[in-house]
Design a binder for this molecule. Structure first.
Ligand code: PGA
Length: 252
């Protein structure tokens, strides 16, 4: 339950869909989704699809999100995209530090921290991904690994930014595997992240939303959103099917 924190459901399309396909999926979602008080929904298409998806979402309550950001505001950084460029397209949320970027592109906690700072310097809302590998869970170090990721990612963040910030707990072994974490593990890990947020931000840390990600589907979303300390979901595979994502956003 999210209490005073509005729920946030984010669809992460990853490296799927051309610009035209993305615009058409966004249009379908905009038709299906009804605005619900206390719930925010965002979709994160590939960069190339952002302008078309922004147009498709005009007048809809669905917000636009990006999958990454660079930490400098402009300059000789071939291939990178700045906060200003994203804001110019109407992007509101930005996913930072997804485990796929950490794994395939060598993104470190330090880089994640610089990206969070860049997003906060602009008007963007960072959604910081953390989560342990399967070996770390088996070794009993999951809570410590995630605590360290949160501490490093949010180093230097001011308490006043707490409400603009969200953390997504995404155990790596649950992503794209059809094997979501158990409700018990999710509640425990979210409670640990909440303690870390309070350590960093004081009482204001209670305003930061904590999402769960990893094999979220229409079948498990209701139980997930009813779990203690779960303020939303970061959805990969199931966000590419309009019907499934609409059902996820319509959780009861
Ligand atoms: P999944 O991906 O829902 O396909 O498991 C989640 C994510 O990587 O954000």
């Amino acid at each position: 339950m999210s209490g005073a924190r509005p729920a946030l459901i984010v669809g992460n399309w990853k490296m799927h869909r051309t610009a035209a396909e993305s615009a058409s999926l966004a249009r379908e979602l905009a038709e299906r989704l009804r605005p619900t008080a206390g719930r925010e929904v965002a979709i994160a298409p590939p960069f190339t699809a952002l302008p078309g998806v922004a147009a498709a979402l005009a007048g809809s309550p669905i917000a636009l999100a990006a999958q990454d950001i660079f930490w400098e505001s402009e300059g000789p950084y071939t291939g990178e995209i700045s906060a200003l460029m994203l804001q110019d397209l109407g992007v509101r949320h930005v996913i930072i530090g997804h485990s796929e970027r950490r794994r395939h592109l060598g993104e470190t906690d330090h880089m994640v921290n610089r990206k969070v700072a860049a997003a906060l310097r602009s008007d963007l809302r960072p959604l910081v991904c953390v989560g342990e590998a399967e070996a770390e869970r088996l070794a009993g170090t999951a809570a410590a690994v995630v605590r360290d990721q949160v501490l490093r990612a949010l180093e230097g963040v001011a308490a006043g930014e707490a409400a603009r910030l969200a953390v997504a707990y995404e155990p790596i072994w649950a992503i794209g595997t059809g094997r979501a974490a158990t409700p018990g593990d999710i509640v425990e890990m979210h409670a640990g992240i909440r303690v870390t947020l309070r350590t960093l931000l004081g009482e204001a840390g209670d305003a930061t939303r904590i999402l769960y990600g990893g094999s979220v589907t229409p079948a498990n979303i209701d139980g997930l959103m009813a779990s203690q300390g779960v303020d939303g979901a970061l959805v990969g595979g199931a966000s590419l099917k309009a019907e499934d994502f609409a059902r996820i956003c319509d959780y009861r």
